[in-house]
Write a protein that binds this ligand. Structure first.
Ligand SMILES: *Cc1c(COP(=O)(O)O)cnc(C)c1O
Length: 390
């Protein structure tokens, strides 16, 4: 029986009031008043270019692939240790994901392996900010600049994280955020496209509105709207945007609460790391993260699975994360890997994520940390040895 779930969506309390307001507005489809308010607020918070709310982070990534004009056979460099949508968005356009390994410390795209993966077909680099910890953007932007490639940030987990004092999502030509229930700030399903390349803004609005110039029409810039390009319905309903607005208003409070829990775990596991039983998350000095995930890396798959079972017995859920894309059936069919990606395989086998949600009590955190310590100091001691030098 698990009493401590891995995730418990946090509701601020103002969602109902805003949804009531949306109902009173009688303006419930996309691009309505709450959508505009969310977009403005995100732009102010993040200092990015234009913002368009979408039905999902996946939708925002699909818009990014359209904006980058990905054609059949074009290659996009990305990690294999990511969610399927990073790759799918480009595959839908005929693009080929080129999977590069991740860094052992942050589990982010290894910037030192990008150049070796570039060919004459490469069009874009899609860094994923895993756990809301930034990729090495200075190097990635330099490589992109040198080779004439677009940078499309998958910042689905990166809301309010920073790299060198700048918000994630403000670096690439465009970026995707996710407001899925499991993210720090959420609307059940939801996302946003951040458009930093000024030349892409007008087209982004058209793709968003089913390939029409309806956004211009609603601003009074044209007297009728018509079909001008390809596109789809990428909008978020204004009902969902009303819910989201309550969350965005509290985004900084939510982030601070998550960071406090993250820090508790981090302190509690310091001795286990010193003893070599676990490897804790690494946050490089240039990065301010948002407490999206607390994970541990353990010696091997068997230890990881045994620890998940031990936590379950102690009343807590713990979950692994990505199955590598480059060895998945679709990944093999649509993409290619550069090398064997040992760090990706290691992370997929040895990582587990611990409960982290606003409202998780000190007692509950203690239950989790004590169960992990007990596991290594009693159960595991008999079966495996520490794998990282102290
Ligand atoms: C959550 C997530 C997505 C997809 O977002 P949805 O809103 O669920 O479509 C894409 N990439 C990464 C890295 C994610 O964590």
């Amino acid at each position: 029986m698990t009493r401590i779930p891995f995730n418990r969506p946090y509701v601020t309390g103002k969602e109902f009031a805003y949804i009531e307001e949306a109902i009173a507005n009688l303006r419930l489809s996309g691009a309505g008043p709450f959508t505009r308010r969310c977009q403005q607020r995100l732009q102010d918070l993040l200092g990015c270019g234009g913002v368009l709310l979408t039905h999902s982070g996946t939708g925002a990534l699909e818009m990014a692939a359209l904006l980058a004009d990905i054609q059949l056979g074009d290659e996009i460099i990305m990690p294999s240790f990511t969610f399927v949508s990073t790759a799918n968005a480009f595959v839908l356009r005929g693009g080929v994901p080129v999977f590069v390994d991740v860094r052992p410390d942050t589990l982010n795209l290894d910037e030192n392996q990008i150049e070796a993966a570039i060919t004459s077909r490469t069009r874009a680099i899609a860094p994923v900010h895993y756990a809301g910890v930034a990729c090495e953007m200075r190097v990635i932007l330099e490589i992109a600049d040198k080779h004439g490639l677009y940078v499309i940030e998958d910042a689905a987990q990166g809301l309010l994280s920073r790299y060198r004092e700048r918000a994630l999502g403000s670096f690439g030509a465009c970026a995707a955020l996710s407001f899925h229930e499991t993210k720090n700030v959420m609307s059940g399903e939801g996302g946003a496209l951040l458009v930093n390349e000024p030349a892409w803004l007008e087209r982004a609005e058209i793709l968003w509105e089913k390939g029409t110039d309806r956004t211009k029409f609603s601003r009074g810039q044209v007297d009728k709207y018509t079909w001008v390009d390809i596109g789809s319905s990428f909008l978020m309903s204004d009902l969902a945007a009303a819910f989201l607005y309550a969350q965005i208003e509290q985004a900084e409070v939510i982030t601070a609460a998550r960071l406090a829990i993250w820090a508790r775990y981090h302190t509690a596991f310091e001795p286990l790391e010193a003893e070599g039983w676990v490897r804790r998350p690494r946050v490089p000095p240039d990065c301010d993260h948002n407490g999206h995930i607390y994970y541990l890396l353990v010696a091997n798959l068997a230890t990881r699975d045994a620890l998940i079972e031990a936590l379950k017995a102690a009343g807590s859920q713990a979950v692994f994360h990505y199955v590598p894309l480059h060895t998945s059936p679709a990944g093999c069919r649509f993409g290619r890997a550069v090398g064997d990606l040992p760090e990706t395989i290691h992370a997929s086998e040895c990582l587990l994520r611990l409960p982290l949600w606003v409202g998780l009590s000190k007692r509950e955190i203690n239950t989790v940390t004590e169960a992990v310590k007990h596991f290594f100091h009693t159960d595991a001691r008999k079966k495996c040895s520490p794998s990282w030098p102290a």
